[in-house]
Write a protein that binds this ligand. Sequence first.
Ligand SMILES: Nc1nc2c(ncn2[C@@H]2O[C@H](COP(=O)(O)OP(=O)(O)O)[C@@H](O)[C@H]2O)c(=O)[nH]1
Ligand SMILES: [Mg+2]
Length: 434
Amino acid sequence: MSFFKKLKEKFVKGPESEEEKEDQQVHETEDSDEQEHSLETDHHDDQDVAELQGETEIPETETPAEDREEETVESTEDEEETAETAVNEEYEQDFEESVAEDDAEEIQEEDEKESIASKFKLGLAKTRNSFSTKINDLVARYRTVDEDFFEELEEVLISADVGVTTVMEMIEELEMEVKRRNVQDPQKVKEIISEKLVEIYYGDDRAEEIEGLNENPDGLTVYLFVGVNGVGKTTTIGKLAHRLKSEGKNVTLAAGDTFRAGAIEQLEEWGKRVGVNVTKHSEGSDPAAVIYDGIQSAKSKNADVLICDTAGRLQNKVNLMNELSKVKRVIEREIPGAPHEVLLVLDATTGQNAMSQAKTFSEATDVSGIVLSKLDGTAKGGIVLAIRNELDIPVKLVGLGEKVTDLETFDAHAFVYGLFADMIEEYEEEEELS
Ligand SMILES: Nc1nc2c(ncn2[C@@H]2O[C@H](COP(=O)(O)OP(=O)(O)O)[C@@H](O)[C@H]2O)c(=O)[nH]1
Ligand SMILES: [Mg+2]
């Protein structure tokens, strides 16, 4: 079966009624408004990048997170409420319509299918626009697939932050595949590119082995979040808490970033919003002590999951290492086998900087997975492949926006669907014509 067709079957809902189509259009308009809204906050990125390089420390009173919150806290809440009401209404409608349990299950499956697809599609809009424009332009300029074509393709991939080593591997495999299938038409190469991107992402691992979060089968699951300031740790913790809670889990948080001004309050705010308990000490106190208390509180409340926030001071690697290993020691001692994930949050908009942070943090602690935040804010989403391939750490979660629901489990197929959505739709039309 053609790979585009496979992706379509996996992610695109079956034939829709006119009513549903209209519905979807309304949602898409709302969504694009939100996107513009989040673009407005892009100017903070420069500041973030400076900090990430470890050269400057942002004055504590003017952290990007706080800034942004002051500007947009009300509108964000409004948007969320509207979005949530819309989602609820949709579900309620679905339930009314379903008669048998089987139907309900099927509807839910279809909804999930569509929601993953549309989230990746929306979150990767910037990357897709830039990437597919370049690919389409390239394909239009060549009559045959030759060496020059591959050379230009190489540049396109590198410009999407795919990473030189990965691009080289990719081009080599593409050349072989094109020869093997005797492909002459550049148009046909698009599909092979999408297929190879998925293959390269997984490498020798199976999807089940590297996707999804590890859990404690009997007892408290502990997730430790690490990463430099401003990458999105606290936001991701809030989103993840929301998701786990809506799966019926009893979630609790520990405010281990005692260093940055306002960090404790920010996590508390998320706790209130999501409706989960937060363990905190005062600013400047020992993070390991907060996390110790968090574990005791989680145990006493019979919680299923404890998520720990930490400060990301990169200025001094020895300090960072000491702090993280102390925190980890406490967790390991209290819960055998924990932490079940050490998640390094990286900001996708910082490109190669994210790669160097990943190297530093891997040296300081055993990172088990990456959370790539702000994928919606970059046109260079190829960084996912570079991270996975060049660091050999799986991307577990991706942040696709600032709303509480904008967190997805990374799925290489959905990612590639998000990148090629327009082409997959085009392909469908061509197929129908012939
Ligand atoms: N567009 C977008 N913004 C995000 C995402 N994740 C986090 N942010 C924003 O990044 C900024 C810093 O996040 P924060 O959680 O405070 O970072 P921390 O210092 O690592 O805890 C905030 O303004 C967040 O709203 C995302 O996936 N997409
Ligand atoms: Mg934080």
